[in-house]
Design a protein around this ligand. Structure first.
Ligand SMILES: [Zn+2]
Length: 91
C-alpha cells in the first residue's frame, strides 16, 4: 500500500467555505476566478465579507480563508462597521 497525501480538492474547499460562512450568517454567491489558482466569492447580503480558496505552485490542496469565515454577517441587520458582540444579548 502507498501512503499518500491527504488532499483537499477545490470543490471540497469551496464547500467548506460555504459551510463556515453560512454558520456566520453569510450567503456566499457564485465563485469567480480571480487568477489561475485563486477563486473568490462575496456575501450576497452586501456585508462586504468574502471568502477565497487558493493554492500555490504545484500544491495539491487548497487553502481557504476570508472575512466571511472570520466575522459574523451584519448585512441582514444593516449595521455596517459594527462587529459582533463577544457576549450574546440577553433576551
Ligand atoms: Zn455576509
Amino acid at each position: 500500500m502507498e501512503a499518500g497525501l491527504v488532499t483537499i480538492g477545490q470543490i471540497t474547499a469551496e464547500a467548506k467555505c460555504q459551510s463556515v460562512a453560512r454558520n456566520r450568517g453569510h450567503a456566499l454567491g457564485v465563485w469567480s476566478l480571480v487568477t489561475e489558482q485563486l477563486y473568490m466569492a462575496v456575501c450576497l447580503k452586501k456585508c462586504g465579507a468574502m471568502a477565497w480558496v487558493t493554492r500555490s505552485g504545484d500544491e495539491e490542496f487548497w487553502r481557504v480563508g476570508g472575512t466571511a469565515l472570520e466575522q459574523a454577517c451584519f448585512g441582514s441587520r444593516g449595521v455596517p462597521g459594527e462587529t459582533s458582540s463577544p457576549e450574546p444579548p440577553n433576551l
